[in-house]
Each structure stands twice: as structure tokens, then as C-alpha cells.
Design a protein around this ligand. Structure first.
Ligand SMILES: *[C@@H]1O[C@H](CO)[C@@H](O)[C@H](O)[C@H]1NC(C)=O
Ligand SMILES: *[C@@H]1O[C@H](CO)[C@@H](O)[C@H](O)[C@H]1NC(C)=O
Ligand SMILES: *[C@@H]1O[C@H](CO)[C@@H](O)[C@H](O)[C@H]1NC(C)=O
Ligand SMILES: *[C@@H]1O[C@H](CO)[C@@H](O)[C@H](O)[C@H]1NC(C)=O
Ligand SMILES: *[C@@H]1O[C@H](CO)[C@@H](O)[C@H](O)[C@H]1NC(C)=O
Ligand SMILES: *[C@@H]1O[C@H](CO)[C@@H](O)[C@H](O)[C@H]1NC(C)=O
Ligand SMILES: *[C@@H]1O[C@H](CO)[C@@H](O)[C@H](O)[C@H]1NC(C)=O
Ligand SMILES: *[C@@H]1O[C@H](CO)[C@@H](O)[C@H](O)[C@H]1NC(C)=O
Ligand SMILES: *[C@@H]1O[C@H](CO)[C@@H](O)[C@H](O)[C@H]1NC(C)=O
Length: 602
């Protein structure tokens, strides 16, 4: 219920209050309680409509940007002439023949151990339909007081905001149009248990036109997506054929972005490295560069920002105990960086994305907890960021962990890697508490069977006084905005990048997927997460001097969280049972847009 107060009655009220302060201040109080200063009155009751229809403001289209590299015609000579451009199609009933290293039979053999119980329900690109006006009405005001109490704070006018997703998590059609298998394709395949079928995900491989139209209709200006390496190069390796259907697909994704006014931001590898690509680690940089060149010569003229590898800092320990893969990935990243800047003459920006749920000491007065936090951070960020941002060696903590066999970088390697990121791209979902292992460092570090080895730091989200750090979600993310400034401040002050872009942040509400549509759409907690996180980010900018240059939400759509469709990070729902994979906006996407409309300098 809102009360309407006119200027004159407001002045009257203020006068009344002043009189009361003057009088009540000196008058005796009852039991130490000051008498109420509000004066009660009766008047006639009237209903007021609290909800007015406010509509989303779409992007202006088409997009007009300067070019960021020469057009393909001018740089096609940079590609090796020996590469074969072809198409593949998986036919399991075809008899295998010996058609060479890269023939159709060889392609089918890549897939021999992977089948899926669900086939994509349609296999042609759907035409976009205009988003119905009825879908573009803002929800009622957030049921909480505005969180940004300082209305004067603003992000700079060139702040890059938008939303992100990745190929494997939204595309579906894993075996469609000549795609080769990637490392996570076993998830949800026949024979693996307890996982949803990854072969459909959000069917965005066929629905991308509508997906981009829906972002534009809400006025979301930047779309961070990833290109599937094994679609473009089905066999993955340097010198192996390029699948023209994949090139055409991503060409059209970018073209569609421009048509609708959405700025495309592209990632080259988002957890979906081609199957077996790390078997020969030393050859990894060469394989990655082969793929990157094919993509960048064609698309770099229209892509202002590239991310090479998504979250290698946590992906490597997740898939292998061989930490020298970090070096292979750093070299691969730096190769692409140098080629883009110095050979292709790209003028856009490049970075690699870091994940980090900042370790903060569980007991900040206890030196061993502080040491544990620093050790965690040095493993999680320092191994890659020391050479990349500081031109320094891998931290001693990692090099000196017995049995880890991590080889120090040579001076030449450091020189090549140093500075090969134009800003810090950061996915800081939440913070966590850190403490030393119960059995002590020495016992843990010298025992590679210890589940905490090699980092040997305990982590959790419960404060030492028993309270949780914040409101929990379906996975690790929490609403704990009190640590956002430290999350950004750690990176800013330790690695001194020119700027930090928050390239993922988000929150999967508990049991979201079990609710009916209307309830899922009113995703209040997700909005709270974003509003709080962004408000604290504004404080990091204005009070702590951190140069935050952008923010990209994870995600604009519920997606495949590694075989789980229940952990919903999306600001849109997907109906995976209606045959059409219909999307619906949730309230968080409106609140997210509103935040930037209110808090970006004009
Ligand atoms: C698959 O291979 C079988 C056997 O050679 C052939 O009969 C069939 O037409 C092929 N299917 C497609 C879609 O090419
Ligand atoms: C991202 O969004 C901002 C804000 O609308 C826009 O000015 C900018 O052109 C977009 N792209 C990049 C790369 O900044
Ligand atoms: C890139 O710039 C260098 C130096 O100006 C020039 O020699 C080279 O031809 C350019 N390459 C392309 C592909 O335009
Ligand atoms: C510091 O933390 C360690 C590990 O949790 C603990 O063993 C030790 O008692 C703590 N020291 C103090 C002074 O609290
Ligand atoms: C490090 O090398 C030793 C000796 O070759 C080997 O036993 C151990 O498994 C290696 N550690 C890792 C993490 O690969
Ligand atoms: C790393 O790059 C910075 C900035 O270009 C430079 O000042 C520094 O000397 C470099 N360090 C090494 C070890 O190459
Ligand atoms: C090493 O850690 C494992 C797993 O925690 C444990 O079972 C084993 O006893 C430890 N070995 C030593 C020597 O402490
Ligand atoms: C599969 O996805 C549904 C939501 O669509 C979810 O409820 C279920 O938990 C998921 N199953 C697994 C094994 O992750
Ligand atoms: C998904 O679509 C089916 C079929 O139209 C419908 O019965 C179901 O309620 C929808 N689910 C949600 C969560 O909207």
C-alpha cells in the first residue's frame, strides 16, 4: 500500500516533527520510551493499483561497431593451405571401411563408445519469432528495500554488462552436423548413471536465433558465448580437417547478434576440449592454435573481446593430477594471444577466465588460517597468474609440494606468457572459509593419498560461531555479498591487472526446478544475489579504487550443469518436456537489466 504525500503536506509533517523534537525532547518519557511522534488520523479508504505495466526497452538494431581485425579475405592467407575443409555426418549403421585417418569411418569411430538415449527433437534451425509484448512486462517492485543506499554511485558509461553461457551447456545436438566428441560428452551418455542426457541441453544449437532475439528484446547488450572446438575441428588435433558446417553455424550466430544489436563476446574453449587432446600435453598449444586460427581469421573482425580458455585454473586439477597441464594451457593461451595481436593484428581484447571462490581465513586472528588462505589462493590463482600478470615464477608453495612434479617455468617461457592478458576475467561466485588440515601441513603435503593433497587446505562455508556465511543455493554459490569487495580486492591488489571483468556470477535457487512455472519465474533470491553483488561491486569501484570494467551474468538460461538440469543458474527457464524447449523469462532478468539502467553513468 503506498501513501501519496504532496509537497505541502510533507512540509507540514516536517514542521510538526520539528515541533515535536523540540517539545518531546524535554518532556518526561514513560519507562525510557519516547512518545510516538506519528499523529494518527482516520480518512476514507481507497484502493490503489500497485502494479503498472512497464515494458522492457529492446536494443536498437542492427549493431554498428568498428572492426577489430582485417576481414577474412585479407587474412585467409594466414591459414595453412594443407587443411581440408569438409563435413561429417554420423551414421552408425554404415559399415566401417578404411577411409583414412580423417574419413567418415574414422569420424564414426570417434563416437563408438558414446550413445545417448535422447535424440534432438528437431535438427533444423528454428526461425525467430517476435517476443510477445505480454512477455516483456516488468514484474512488481522487488519485495525488499532498495539495496543500493547510495544512489549517486555509478558504473562508468562504457561498462560492459550482459549475460553468458557456454556451448556444451546449452547447445545439445552433440553428434549433429559433424561435431566430434569432447571430454565431458560421457556425461549423460548411455551407461553413465545418475545424470541427465547431455545430448539435448537447451537445444540452443537450433534455437540460437530466438535466444538472441530474446536477449535483445530485454535490452541485454552483451552476449558471452563459447565456440565448440570439436564442432570446428572434430578430431581436435593440429592439421586435422575443419568442419564447414560448424563455421557456418557460428558465422550465423555472430551475424544474428549483429542483426539484433547484441555485442558478441566469444570464448574459444569452455570445458569442452576435444576428447584425448591432453594425451600429448606438449602438443596441446599447437592443437589449440590450429583451431583458434580457423575461428579468428573468420570472426575476429566482429568480436571485440575473446576469452581463450574458461577457468583452466580449476579445470586442470579437476581432470588430472598432472599440474604441468597448467603450463601447456598457459603456453596455448599465450600463443593465441601473440598470434592475434602480432600476426592477425587484432585490436580487440583477450583474456583467459579465472574461477576463484576467495579463501578467507576462518579465524582471521589465527596465523595458520591466514597461511592456509594464502596457500589456497596461490594454488588456485598464483600458478597461472604469477607468470601471466606479474611476469613471475610459479609460487614456491606449489613448486615445493613433494610429488607434485610441477616443473618451474624457464625465463623464456615467463617472458612469453607475461602480459598476455589485456585484463583480468573473473568468475567470483562467492567466498569460502579456509583453515589448515587437521593432521597439519607436513602430514598432508607429504601424503599424496590425502584427499586434500596437494593444496592441503580445508574449506567450508560455516563461520566459526556456527552461522552459515550466507543463504545457500543448490550448489556452491551463496548470497554472501559481505565478501564481494574482498573477492575483487584480492585480485586487484595482488595481481594489479589494468581492469577486472566479472565474466560469470550467479545463483541457483534451491529446488527451483521442482516449482511450477509461475513460482520459478518469481526468482526473488536470484535477484537478491545479483542486486547485492552489484551493489558491493559499485562500492569496490568507488571506495576501494578497483577498476571493474564489466559484469556478465551466469546465466541468461537454465542449462546443463554437468549432467544436472536441476541446478538452475538461469534468468530464463527451459521446458525440456514440451517438445519445443520453450523459454520463459524470470523476474531476475528484469531486475538485472534495471540495475544497470539505474546505475550506469550516462
Ligand atoms: C547409413 O548407412 C546405411 C548403410 O550403409 C545406409 O543404408 C543409410 O542410407 C545411411 N543413412 C544415412 C542417413 O546416410
Ligand atoms: C557491451 O555493452 C555496453 C553497454 O551497453 C556497450 O556500450 C558495448 O558496446 C558492448 N560491448 C562491448 C565490447 O563493450
Ligand atoms: C600486421 O601488421 C604488420 C606490421 O604493421 C604488417 O607487417 C602485417 O602485414 C600485418 N598483417 C596483416 C595480416 O594485416
Ligand atoms: C589456530 O588454528 C589451528 C588450526 O585450526 C589450531 O590448531 C590452533 O589451536 C589455533 N590457534 C589459536 C591460538 O587459536
Ligand atoms: C611424480 O613423479 C613420481 C616419480 O616419477 C611419481 O611416482 C608420481 O606419481 C608423480 N606425481 C604425479 C602427481 O604425477
Ligand atoms: C612483464 O611485463 C611487464 C609489463 O610489460 C614488464 O614491465 C616486465 O619487465 C615483464 N617481466 C618479465 C619477467 O618479462
Ligand atoms: C595418507 O592419507 C590416507 C588418506 O587420508 C590415509 O589413509 C593414510 O593413512 C595416510 N598415510 C600416512 C602415512 O599418514
Ligand atoms: C535431471 O534434471 C531434472 C530437472 O529437469 C532434475 O530434477 C534432476 O535432478 C536431474 N537429474 C540428475 C541426475 O541430475
Ligand atoms: C512444460 O510443458 C509441459 C507441456 O506443455 C507442461 O505440461 C508443463 O507444465 C511445463 N512445465 C513447466 C515447468 O512449465
Amino acid at each position: 500500500m503506498s501513501t501519496k504525500i504532496s509537497n505541502s503536506s510533507l512540509i507540514g509533517l516536517l514542521v510538526q516533527l520539528q515541533i515535536c523534537f523540540a517539545e518531546c525532547g524535554s518532556s518526561p518519557t514513560t519507562g525510557g520510551c519516547l512518545a510516538s511522534t506519528a499523529s494518527s488520523t482516520y480518512s476514507s479508504f481507497t484502493y490503489e493499483q500497485e502494479s503498472t505495466d512497464r515494458y522492457a526497452i529492446p536494443l536498437t538494431s542492427p549493431l554498428s561497431l568498428p572492426t577489430f581485425a582485417p576481414a577474412f579475405d585479407a587474412v585467409s592467407t594466414l591459414l595453412p593451405t594443407s587443411v581440408v575443409y569438409t563435413t561429417y555426418s554420423l551414421n552408425r549403421s554404415a559399415t566401417a571401411v578404411d577411409d583414412g585417418l580423417y574419413g567418415q569411418s574414422a569420424y564414426a569411430a570417434l563416437w563408438v563408445s558414446l550413445t545417448y538415449s535422447q535424440e534432438p527433437p528437431f535438427t533444423t534451425t528454428a526461425s525467430p519469432t517476435p517476443v510477445a509484448t505480454s512477455e516483456l512486462i516488468f514484474p512488481p517492485p522487488l519485495p525488499a528495500r532498495p539495496l543500493n543506499e547510495d544512489k549517486s554511485l555509478r558504473f562508468p558509461c562504457d561498462f560492459i554488462w550482459g549475460a553468458a553461457a557456454s556451448a556444451w551447456q546449452i547447445e545439445g545436438g552433440l553428434q549433429a552436423e559433424g561435431r566430434g566428441p569432447a571430454v565431458f560428452d560421457a556425461i549423460g551418455s548411455v551407461g553413465t548413471v545418475g545424470m541427465n542426457d547431455s545430448n539435448v541441453a537447451d537445444m540452443s544449437y537450433f534455437l540460437y536465433k530466438q535466444d538472441i532475439a530474446r536477449l535483445a528484446a530485454l535490452g541485454i547488450p552483451n552476449y558471452s558465448f563459447s565456440i565448440s572446438w570439436s564442432r570446428v575441428v572434430p578430431f581436435g588435433t593440429a592439421g586435422s580437417p575443419v568442419n564447414t558446417q560448424a563455421l557456418e553455424h557460428y558465422e550465423d550466430v555472430i551475424k544474428t547478434c549483429y542483426e539484433y544489436g547484441v555485442t558478441p563476446i566469444a570464448t574459444l574453449m569452455h570445458i569442452d576440449s576435444p576428447f584425448g587432446i591432453f594425451d600429448d600435453m606438449d602438443a596441446f598449444p599447437e592443437h589449440f592454435l590450429h583451431y583458434a586460427k580457423e575461428v579468428m581469421t573468420r570472426f575476429a573482425d566482429r568480436i571485440p573481446i575473446w576469452f581463450t580458455i574458461n577457468e583452466p585454473n580449476i579445470a586442470v586439477p579437476y581432470v588430472s593430477r598432472n599440474y604441468n597441464i597448467f603450463t601447456a594451457q598457459l603456453k596455448a593461451h599465450a600463443e593465441v594471444y601473440h598470434w592475434y595481436k602480432e600476426v592477425l593484428n587484432g585490436t580487440g581484447r583477450i583474456a583467459t577466465k579465472f574461477a576463484n571462490n576467495l579463501a578467507v581465513p576462518l579465524d582471521p586472528t589465527n596465523q595458520s588460517h591466514i597461511d592456509a588462505s594464502i596457500r589456497y589462493q596461490e594454488f588456485t590463482l598464483g600458478i597461472m597468474a604469477n607468470p601471466l600478470f606479474l611476469g613471475q615464477q610459479i609460487p614456491k608453495a606449489a613448486l615445493q609440494t613433494p610429488g607434485l612434479n610441477l616443473t618451474a617455468l624457464t625465463d623464456e617461457e615467463i617472458k612469453f606468457i607475461n602480459g598476455s592478458a589485456d585484463f583480468w576475467a573473473f568468475d567470483p561466485y562467492v567466498a569460502q572459509f579456509a583453515y589448515p588440515p587437521e593432521e597439519g601441513y607436513d602430514a598432508c603435503i607429504s601424503n599424496s593419498s590425502n584427499p586434500l593433497w596437494p593444496v592441503c587446505v580445508g574449506t567450508g562455508n560455516t563461520q566459526s560461531n556456527g552461522w552459515l556465511m550466507g543463504a545457500i543455493s543448490d550448489t556452491y554459490s551463496m548470497i554472501a555479498p559481505q565478501y564481494v569487495r574482498q573477492q575483487l580486492g584480492y585480485v586487484w591488489n595482488v595481481y594489479k591487472p589494468s581492469g577486472i571483468m566479472v565474466t560469470e556470477f550467479g545463483f541457483p535457487q534451491i529446488a527451483d526446478s521442482e516449482q511450477e512455472l509461475r513460482v520459478q519465474q518469481f526468482d526473488f533470491e536470484r535477484s537478491m544475489y545479483y542486486q547485492n553483488f552489484l551493489t558491493e561491486t559499485l562500492h569496490a569501484v568507488h571506495s576501494d579504487g578497483v577498476n571493474v570494467i564489466g559484469a556478465l551474468a551466469w546465466s541468461w538460461i537454465d542449462n546443463n550443469e554437468f549432467g544436472n538440469f536441476g541446478h538452475q543458474y538461469g534468468m530464463q527457464t527451459v521446458n525440456r518436456t514440451d517438445g519445443l524447449f520453450t523459454r520463459h523469462y524470470k523476474r531476475s532478468i528484469f531486475d538485472y537489466v534495471d540495475f544497470f539502467h539505474n546505475y550506469i553513468a550516462s
